[in-house]
Design a protein around this ligand. Structure first.
Ligand SMILES: Cc1cc2nc3c(=O)[nH]c(=O)nc-3n(C[C@H](O)[C@H](O)[C@H](O)COP(=O)(O)OP(=O)(O)OC[C@H]3O[C@@H](n4cnc5c(N)ncnc54)[C@H](O)[C@@H]3O)c2cc1C
Length: 388
């Protein structure tokens, strides 16, 4: 058992922190105010070669593991970029894993390098308004005609659809009532986000304003067969394949939010003098922050354990889910405590912790909610009856 980072992993953390230092809290506050996508940040990460960290070397990636990608994601978030920074690059880093694992050599050559170089931006269309977390109930339909498909339907919450040029899309190709199992009959595509056939309506939301989320309506979007990933009808299984790394990267971002919030809270608690002494001298201020530290670092260990298991090719579902659950809770709790530690100033934008707080709520909901994680662990780890 070795809890130490390797020299290479330490170097990754240092190098990513150096890039992020150029994008400080003032930068992210400005983006949060204007809503402008942080393209210069994403480009700086691409130029440093970081977007391809876990992609195969033959397509321009670094060929490293999810452990290294998680360390990178944690460092981005910990810089104060929080979910604004993490979500701006999340899909580039691991979203195209189905293409890496199930794509043809031609697809990999065509699809991966532009994403690694940030020349293309992809959005991810899974969630639908009438299906919610039950992905098998999606109704967006891709009709197979000749050499292509025609897609009609709608998605919701599709992040970065305002700036995307590509979409990783899951759609039904066989009506659910004609399938042996509800998880059959879903097909995955990676294709042009052709705005001639797609309408995008932005959702006004609580935080992470610079990384847009949207309703997306498809009106006979044509998709050539060569943009289908893997076999028709197997899309759900391809998506499942990438879930654990996605949980790990999300957990790492939450640990980063927690660390950033804790840093701000402790700095303020040392400086702010009330009743002739720093507020941080009071145990009522100290103890919640100390508890936050314990919870964040425990979540960090769980995140790295899940990443380590994944990279070793071992089953890691329960650890990846637990990491996401614990880290999201710890990030949220710490961000909340950071606001409270600042008193009234916690509510002022110039102290930044209110933004951390708003952004810390996202990973509690997406890409999977706390309840569904607990359902998974209850069923798969504890052997309790399936409840949903
Ligand atoms: C900022 C943001 C960005 C997002 N980006 C994307 C994106 O890029 N692409 C994409 O496809 N999706 C995206 N999503 C969608 C996100 O993945 C979903 O919101 C999330 O999976 C929850 O689904 P839902 O909103 O439909 O909730 P619902 O399925 O409607 O559930 C509502 C609540 O009920 C609970 N619930 C439901 N069933 C049960 C049950 N059986 N037992 C206990 N509790 C239950 C859920 O846990 C949840 O708390 C994003 C969401 C947000 C907020």
């Amino acid at each position: 058992m070795d809890f130490q980072l390797t020299e290479q992993q330490e170097t990754i953390v240092t190098a990513v922190a150096k890039i992020c230092a150029a994008f400080d809290d003032a930068y992210w506050l400005d983006r949060d105010t204007t809503g402008e996508f942080p393209q210069d940040f994403a480009q700086a990460m691409a130029d440093g070669g970081w977007l391809g960290i876990a992609m195969p070397e033959e397509y321009g990636g670094a060929g490293l593991g999810i452990t290294e990608a998680a360390l990178m994601m944690r460092t981005v978030s910990e810089s104060g970029a929080c979910m604004s920074g993490a979500s701006a690059i999340h899909l580039n880093i691991f979203g195209l894993n189905p293409v890496v694992v199930f794509g043809t050599p031609e697809q990999k050559q065509r699809m991966l390098p532009p994403i690694i170089q940030a020349k293309e931006r992809a959005c991810f269309g899974v969630t639908e308004p009438d299906a919610g977390l039950n992905t098998t109930k999606i109704s967006t339909f891709a009709k197979h005609t000749g050499q292509s498909y025609v897609v009609n339907g709608k998605k919701i919450w599709t992040s970065t659809a305002q700036v995307a040029t590509k979409i990783l899309l899951i759609a039904r190709t066989t009506p659910v009532e004609q399938c042996a199992k509800p998880t059959d009959g879903l097909t995955l595509f990676y294709t042009d986000f052709d705005r001639n056939y797609v309408e995008v309506r932005e959702i006004e939301k609580m935080g992470r304003k610079c990384v847009d989320s949207n309703q997306v309506f498809f009106d006979s979007l044509p998709i050539p067969e060569e943009d289908r990933i893997g076999e028709e009808g197997k899309g759900f299984y391809y998506l499942l394949h990438g879930l654990n790394p996605e949980r790990v990267l999300g957990a790492a971002a939450c640990v980063g939010i927690g660390r950033a919030a804790l840093r701000k809270a402790t700095d303020y608690a040392k400086e702010r003098i009330v009743f002739d002494r720093p507020i941080g001298q009071n145990q009522g201020i100290q103890h919640p922050l100390a508890e936050n530290w314990c919870e964040i670092e425990a979540a960090n260990l769980m995140t790295l354990k899940a990443a380590n298991l994944y990279d070793a090719g071992k089953p890691c579902g329960e650890y990846a889910n637990a990491a996401k659950f614990l880290a999201a809770a710890a990030g949220f709790k710490t961000a909340t405590q950071a606001v409270m530690t600042h008193g009234g100033m916690g509510y002022a934008k110039e102290f930044h912790v209110e933004r951390y707080f708003r952004e810390s709520i996202v990973p509690r909901i997406a890409p999977v909610s706390e309840q569904l994680i607990l359902c998974h662990i209850a069923e798969r780890v504890l052997g309790l009856p399936k409840s949903y």
